[in-house]
Ligand binder design. Structure first.
Ligand code: FAD
Ligand code: NAI
Length: 476
């Protein structure tokens, strides 16, 4: 029976990074993963993120943005392209190529770092002295490996909607939404969260009439509401997404050629018929098949594996990271927890500050933030000052043809320490990194105001927002 220092279950961005870091630290490491490629005929490492999440969605967002630009933006640059055609199947093929390249890359990284890659479903069998026994089930072909430490990184799966089954033909989860090879004339989306907005944007840009039905009365409730309101206006008024808030779903019928949804909103009952319906109402932790109950692995009331601040479960030397534990369901959070756990096993003392995890929504304009929102600061009774600045007069943004959006810096009224940075605008997914660094290094708004920002760059808007905290914006 093979013995390891560390066995990781799951090779998503949490698990594969944990395995690589553990191997780098000198541990004999194996990583078990049951993921298969789109065709279902070969293992595919990388989890949700690489196969059916972050990476494929960003590939489609880029393709659809190019199509939209060719149709609506090229002319103002003096570029005439004649009639522009869109081939959804080709877009999906490009996306699949990127996925294959990156998932193959992890296989290579495992080889390079001497991580043993095991294919199959991993589950905890029990203890053999100080070691954990982990079963690997490759379609009925079972084997057992032993390990001193086990890191569970089994991720999450889409939250099911009791009103309708996902068939990934007409009613789609993220996998189906990322694989449509023809543009649906009318697309319905349940949930105006991150997937709903990103996927809604993709198909809206390439010609679908998109209606998003959201249960909550507030749009993007976790986002700073000044930014969320600006986003809502742009998405609905300028981009033509229909977003209904405060919706109560009554019935969903999959008629095979179409899907009808009846719902109540604002006291009215409505029925809409769509060619395709995406269900994106959140994700739930995936602990299926781990044998958690039998070995006494504790979960919380929402089904997440219970861990302390350092990702220790209630079982000795069993750790859990990523989407399967509390905290935001984000790839970078999963990876950073993976690194931290491997280093803790090695006796190091890494620290991960949950307040400094950046969030990004890859719409156009993008939305990004780090730290507290104004709503959170008010609720916590924290006195703060704020500075805002827009992209409208930023030279780089104007050159890009993307001069929309705002950056807001929130700082402590007494100490000037930055508490939160919120943005909507062009490529703010990159700009937020400066915000993360500021929070991580406990910067004041004056620190950002005094740092030289290159000209002309989008980062000058963050600089101006920091200056504005002290009411000394130069271009405001
Ligand atoms: P996962 O990536 O879910 O990986 C879990 C792995 O464990 C899988 O490979 C699975 O096959 C395997 N597994 C499960 N059970 C077993 C078992 N018993 N035995 C063996 N293997 C098992 N996050 C971002 O930060 N940025 C984004 O832009 C972003 N975009 C997203 C877009 C979409 C459409 C979706 C759905 C998600 C997106 N996310 C994004 C979220 C991100 O994908 C997840 O937070 C991240 O993948 C979680 O990583 P993980 O390692 O915890 O789990
Ligand atoms: P989400 O939590 O972002 O949004 C789900 C939305 O559905 C919420 O607004 C919720 O109020 C709504 N909802 C729930 N039940 C409903 C119902 N019955 N009827 C109508 N609306 C309902 O979840 P989503 O979009 O499914 O994404 C899952 C997770 O994946 C995200 O939480 C995020 O962690 C991750 N993700 C991250 C991305 C990024 O970082 N850019 C991109 C896509 C996903």
């Amino acid at each position: 029976m093979s013995q390891f220092d560390v066995v990781v279950i799951g090779a998503g961005p949490g698990g594969y990074i944990a395995a690589i870091r553990a191997a780098q630290l000198g541990f004999k490491t194996a990583c078990i993963d049951a993921g298969v490629n789109k065709a279902g005929d070969a293992p595919a490492l990388g989890g949700t993120c690489l196969n059916v999440g972050c990476i494929p969605s960003k590939a489609l967002l880029q393709s659809s943005e190019h199509f939209h630009a060719a149709q609506h933006e090229f002319a103002e640059h003096g570029i005439t392209v004649g009639s522009v055609k869109f081939n959804a199947a080709k877009m999906i093929e490009r996306k699949d190529g990127i996925v294959t390249k990156l998932t193959g890359g992890i296989k290579f990284l495992f080889q390079k770092n001497k991580v043993e890659s095991l294919f199959g479903k991993g589950s905890l069998k029990g203890r053999n002295g100080d070691l954990w026994q982990v079963e690997v089930d490759d379609k009925g072909n079972k084997s057992v490996v032993e390990a001193k430490h086990v890191i569970i990184a089994t991720g999450s799966v889409p939250r099911p909607l009791p009103l309708v089954d996902i068939d990934n033909v007409n009613v789609l989860d993220n996998e189906g939404a990322l694989n449509l090879t023809a543009v649906p004339k009318k697309l319905g989306v349940i949930g105006s969260g991150v997937i709903g907005l990103e996927m809604g944007s993709v198909w809206n840009r390439v010609g679908s009439e998109v209606t998003i039905l959201e249960a909550l009365p507030t749009f993007l409730g976790a986002t700073d509401q000044q930014i969320a309101k600006e986003a809502f206006k742009i998405f609905t008024k300028e981009q033509g997404l229909t977003i209904e808030l405060g919706v109560k779903l009554n019935e969903i019928k999959n008629n095979k050629k179409s899907v009808s949804v009846s719902y109540e909103v604002g006291g009215e009952t409505k029925t809409e018929t769509f060619d395709k319906l995406i269900v994106s109402i959140g994700r739930i932790p995936n602990t299926e098949g781990l044998n958690a109950e039998a070995v006494g692995l504790e979960k919380d009331e929402r089904g997440f594996i219970k861990v302390d601040d350092e990702c220790r479960t209630n079982l000795p030397n069993v750790w859990a990271i990523g989407d399967v534990v509390r905290g935001p369901m984000l790839a970078h959070k999963a990876s950073d927890e993976g690194v931290a756990v491997a280093e803790r096993i090695a006796g190091q003392k890494p620290h991960l500050d949950f307040n400094n995890i950046p969030f990004v929504i890859y719409t156009d304009p993008e939305i990004a933030w780090v730290g507290k929102t104004e709503e959170q600061l008010k609720a916590e009774g924290v006195e703060y000052k704020k500075g805002t600045s827009g992209f409208a007069a930023n030279g780089r943004a104007l050159g890009l043809g993307k001069a929309k959006g705002t950056v807001k810096v929130l700082a402590c009224a007494k100490t000037d320490r930055i508490l939160g940075i919120h943005m909507i605008g062009p490529i703010v997914s990159e700009l937020v990194a400066e915000g993360v660094m500021s929070l991580e290094f406990s910067a004041s708004s004056e620190d950002i105001a005094r740092i030289v920002h290159a000209h002309p760059t989008l980062s000058e808007v963050l600089h101006e927002a920091a200056l504005a905290v002290d009411k000394r914006a130069l271009h405001g």
